[in-house]
Design a protein around this ligand. Structure first.
Ligand SMILES: Cc1ncc(COP(=O)(O)O)c(C=O)c1O
Length: 389
């Protein structure tokens, strides 16, 4: 029998979004928020502009790329890009989990642009080399949060492409290297790797993406929250903190706090290293543990943020899908009751299993403390299963 661990994670927050707050965070971090003030006041605008400037420096965004704060979180940013830029060229969409499939639905059923679809089951990346990045527009997710599968690099994207690459990087930004020269649109939200408050999306545009915006008028209607141009010219103010509509200054303050923390710990390399070390702790445990396996098939695609795991115990698997789901849920609920791991169930549409967030705001020591609890919960569930049989 696996004995009940004595050490507990100091912070049991392993959700894949909203993610754990940065180490040491307390509500005092929000004390300077411009609450009750207009976001268009000099103070409000300065904070929004600072969020953009710090995003550029921490994330190492090229000087000639625009960075905007937009409504509706990452979804808003991705859909804003799709609605404003797609149409003039053939479109290819790659999807290997729930969120990529949303962008397929948008292209196929809402925009009705008959995209070429590259869709694979959970755990497997599509053949990226089969995408014609030279001639077509491409929509894809850098890190599939529901599958724990990431794109390993941007080598498959043509350097001298004619089309645009639109990349949903919400669970990759600040954790994985993004080859800016290969990406024309990059989106993310504040509540993932940085552990900020959810509200707004970040929309980052290459000069080529701006050229598309200024040269193309979509054939479909554009709601106000999607409009990035006026009279055929980019609305530059959006990329200086003059947001389209009202942002939450509380969420802005929290994002500023996360960026200041990132700077204090050493910037982007430190954020990447923290996610890598966290994910390594989990994958090393998985490698020595027969009852659990990565959902990702190819190690080159293993995510270092939302690490997705499936059950591999032959006794459990032999009982069929419903029993496997119930078993995984049993582990998740047991650890939640114990208060040692919150929100570690697989995404609702993904194969049953566990999903453990390893982004930069999580401490490796907390994951190391969690691991014996995972083994303990498995042993308890297995014993219950054997007793019931
Ligand atoms: C890859 C990916 N895309 C999009 C979303 C949706 O993000 P949001 O809720 O910020 O709109 C998520 C959320 O987890 C995600 O993981």
């Amino acid at each position: 029998m696996t004995s009940r661990p004595t050490q507990r994670p100091r912070v049991p927050h392993f959700s894949s979004g909203p993610c754990a707050k940065r180490p040491g965070w307390t509500p005092a971090a929000l004390a300077d928020a411009a609450l009750g003030r207009s976001h268009r006041s000099p103070l409000g605008k300065a904070k929004l502009a600072r969020a953009i400037d710090l995003t550029r420096s921490v994330l190492q965004v090229p000087a000639d790329y625009r960075i905007g704060i937009v409504p509706a979180s990452d979804t808003g940013a991705v859909e804003m890009a799709m609605w404003t830029m797609l149409g003039p060229k053939p479109v290819e969409v790659a999807a290997w989990e729930a969120f990529g499939k949303e962008w397929v639905t948008d292209a196929l059923k809402q925009l009705k642009i008959a995209p070429r679809i590259h869709q694979t089951p959970y755990g497997v990346l599509p053949d990226l080399a089969a995408i014609d990045t030279q001639h077509n527009d491409v929509v894809f997710t850098w890190n599939g949060t529901a599958a724990g599968v990431k794109v390993p690099d941007g080598d498959w994207i043509a350097a001298d492409r004619e089309g645009l690459t639109i990349c949903d990087a919400t669970s990759a930004a600040f954790a994985q290297a993004l080859p800016w020269d290969k990406l024309d649109v990059v989106t993310f939200s504040w509540q993932k790797v940085m552990g900020g408050e959810a509200a707004h999306g970040m929309l980052i545009l290459s000069p080529r993406a701006v050229a598309r915006l200024e040269s193309h008028t979509p054939s479909w209607p554009l709601p106000k929250v999607f409009r990035l141009t006026k009279d055929g010219k980019l609305i530059e103010g959006i990329f200086k903190g003059d947001t389209i509509n009202t942002p939450s200054m509380l969420a802005v303050e929290d994002y500023l706090d996360t960026l200041a923390w990132a700077e204090r710990i050493g910037g982007l390399p430190a954020l990447h290293a923290r996610a890598d070390a966290n994910a390594k702790a989990i994958y090393d445990w998985v490698a020595r543990t027969p009852w659990i396996a990565p959902l990702a098939v190819d190690p080159a695609t293993y995510s270092n943020t939302g690490v997705c795991l499936v059950l591999a115990d032959s006794d459990v698997l032999a009982r069929g899908d419903a029993a496997v789901s119930a078993f995984a849920a049993g582990i998740v609920e047991r650890l939640d009751r114990e208060g040692v791991a919150l929100d570690i169930g697989a995404y609702r549409d993904a194969p049953a299993g566990l999903r453990i967030w390893c982004g930069a705001t999580v401490e490796t020591a907390d994951l190391e403390a969690l691991i014996p609890w995972l083994d303990w919960a498995f042993a308890e569930e297995k014993a219950a299963l054997t007793r019931a049989a």
